[in-house]
Design a protein around this ligand. Structure first.
Ligand SMILES: O=P(O)(O)OC[C@H]1O[C@H](O)[C@H](O)[C@@H](O)[C@@H]1O
Length: 323
């Protein structure tokens, strides 16, 4: 069931139906929130369609968000899940992407809220435990300002769907080429996962993968065992395993996040550590790097070419384990 939420009224769910997910807008219409009947919550800024909060039923935050981030649409969000499109980093040598700012324009554009849908994973009378809510957001060339359009002059459409389940979050991006010529793009879901202590974290599932080490002159290396982080880390992995095999964050021996991917062949692992964090004005607290690790599914090895009328869909599902 797809239901268009009425703006600016607060609640888009049906009163009296008890066990239904609740969807609401902030007073200034800058963000949309969802809550499952079981207590899990989600908050998304229309600016960048950036997920800025995801909490379990006990109110534990799963994503890291900088205390100094701007949330007023003046700068990309530092934390949560910014959407990177149509370029990852910068691409000064790529004809179509050379003029684009770092990580493109999707994370700095205001998206449209397209609506919500709720679903049950089991047949029969709705049980609160089976409910999920999906929020859809759209961005197209028609929404861009003239300056941004001039940097990347293609007719495109993006639909970004964020689905909250009791134990997981799925974020899925569909890219369509609405132009009469092909275009090239990269895409990445820049997910800042919250951890208790980076020193106790290891990342499993990248063993044997080749990676580009961006903090060592972009040299190509092979991951020998699980990934641990003890200094600035910025790596673009190409796992050899299928995208359905999870990449997991293990904290002090316990799996806290498990990430499966759909059509996203790369995984970027990023932690700025002390010096880089010190140099990022919007990164706070300065020792916040101890409480985050970015594990970013994407398609960023080279560019994907999308022919006129074609569509690409890439997604991640992050499953949590209770702490
Ligand atoms: O500072 P930002 O533009 O948000 O980029 C933050 C980081 O994003 C990715 O993880 C890149 O691999 C890093 O090289 C970059 O520093």
């Amino acid at each position: 069931m797809v239901e268009r939420a009425n703006r600016p009224s607060a609640l888009a769910s049906t009163p009296g139906l008890g066990k239904q997910p609740q969807v609401s807008f902030s007073d200034d219409n800058s963000r949309v929130s969802a809550e499952l009947p079981t207590g899990e919550t989600l908050e998304i800024l229309l600016y960048g369609a950036t997920v800025i909060s995801w909490k379990d039923a006990s109110g534990n935050e799963k994503l890291w968000l900088s205390d100094a981030t701007k949330l007023d649409g003046s700068k990309a969000v530092r934390g949560g899940i910014p959407v990177v499109f149509p370029v990852f980093g910068t691409a000064p040598d790529h004809a179509q992407a050379s003029k684009l700012p770092q990580h493109g324009f999707a994370r700095t554009s205001r998206w449209e809220f397209l609506g919500k849908s709720t679903s049950e994973s089991a047949p029969g009378p709705p049980a609160a435990a089976d409910l999920s809510v999906k929020l859809d957001f759209g961005l197209s060339s028609a929404n861009l300002d003239t300056k941004t359009k001039s940097l990347w002059p293609f007719a495109f459409g993006l639909i970004y769907s964020v689905t909250l389940n009791r134990e997981s979050l799925t974020t899925s991006l569909v890219v369509t080429n609405d132009d009469d010529k092909p275009f090239d793009f990269q895409v990445l879901l820049h997910t800042y996962l919250r951890v208790k202590d980076i020193a106790a974290v290891s990342i499993k599932g990248l063993e044997g993968a080749s990676y580009i080490d961006k903090v060592d002159n972009a040299s190509t290396k092979t991951q020998a065992s699980t990934v641990t982080i003890a200094g600035e880390t910025d790596r673009v992995y190409t796992p050899t395993t299928p995208t359905s095999e999870p990449v997991s964050v293990v904290e002090a021996g316990k799996t806290t996040f498990s990430i499966v991917r759909d059509s996203l062949g790369n995984v970027v692992v990023w932690n700025p550590w002390t010096d880089k964090a010190a140099g990022l004005a919007d990164f706070a607290p300065k020792d916040g790097f101890k409480n985050m690790v970015c594990v970013e599914p994407g398609a960023v090895s080279g560019f994907q070419t999308l022919e006129p009328g074609d569509a690409f869909e890439g997604a991640q599902t992050i499953t949590i384990s209770p702490r």
